[in-house]
Design a protein around this ligand. Sequence first.
Ligand code: ADP
Length: 417
Amino acid sequence: MAILGCIADDFTGATDLAAMLVANGMTTVQVIGVPTGPLPDADAVVVALKSRTAPVGQAVAESLAACEALLAGGARQIFFKYCSTFDSTDEGNIGPVADALSRRLQSGFAIACPAFPANARSIYQGHLFVGAALLSESGMENHPLTPMRDANLVRVLSRQTEARVGLVPFAVVEQGANAIRRDFHRLRDAGHGYAITDAVTDAHLREIGTACAGHALITGGSGIAMGLPDNFRAQGLLPERGDAAILPEPRGMMAVVTGSCSRATLGQIGLARDHVPVLELDALATPDARALAAQARAWMEGKLSDERPIVIAASAPPEKVAALQQKLGRDAAGALVEDAVATIAADLVARGVGRMVVAGGETSGAVVQRLGITSLRIGRQIDPGVPWTYAEPGGLHLALKSGNFGARDFFLKAFQP
Ligand code: ADP
């Protein structure tokens, strides 16, 4: 039975949260989309939705459906996970989804705490900072989908919900869990539905986590999840585990596929070139997904090994990406490369690859969909934010790396025991 049920508003955010829970001693499975059958066996289940920028009605309906499935699977607490930069518009979706979950759970009151000090997201007097900059001066004010032009989260959330939004300030959080709990009661009694909760350090997040032990609903970033497993241990619901990250033994050939053109990924391909076989496809010269996949199929013959990976990259430097985009349009160019990489990934699995790294957020989505994967059991982290996972159905070991993540030797390090 799952103890903690989580609903994440995007795919990589779900993985990030799942990795945090595993690091704090909960076995965790990430389910892709609203679960249809029984929940997988794990202490925590994280449902990955794509609801961050979906129409409000759809985001609410999917989140409620996920909530029902998690409750039916035994979840005692529901965690609504959003981005640590509170990505949303004045229409939503954070407020409307939180309102719907709060009504369903009859929670009446919930925290809203996207702070994640390890990633330089802190909240002080209700204002969200990214490093030393206010959210509204951090670059997020120019985000193409969810521009954040106001750093005051009390105001931001107030524009998205009918409920009153209060603040548990730094001075209270500093005093620890009991003081925080008292402030929650004060705000709830005064008619508030939410409390933006200041947090500047991991110690704050742990104290806030303790104070949320009895809450039916928690909303926040993955940082706040670090304090929750202790509550379940204290309640006798969660055993002490030294093994939350253990996955079935990996076997089979090793491969990396990439459609990410981020600087970090290009550097990782560059380093891999000196150590393992690397195929660099040229989507500009061959703007045809089938033909690219055929080139990869011919190249991979005889190169697959269970001792070192091969790397197949459709990635390209900015000028080549721009040229293909100009030729085909941005969406068509992206779709072409995603289609090619997904086909190559399926070919690799058909040829015995059992351990695969996929680089690129959108690219990962395309590969997971093509392989028909419905859930990922979360294992050890290779680098921060990128764990190995065990994908089902199929039993493939998969690491999904969003573009800018990972050290330069990521593609080699991932396969070291
Ligand atoms: P990241 O996580 O680095 O942002 P994504 O996979 O999310 O990576 O996005 C990269 C996008 O660029 C994908 O849609 C991919 O198909 C596209 N792409 C990859 N290679 C090329 C290329 N050579 N030309 C044009 N677009 C490309």
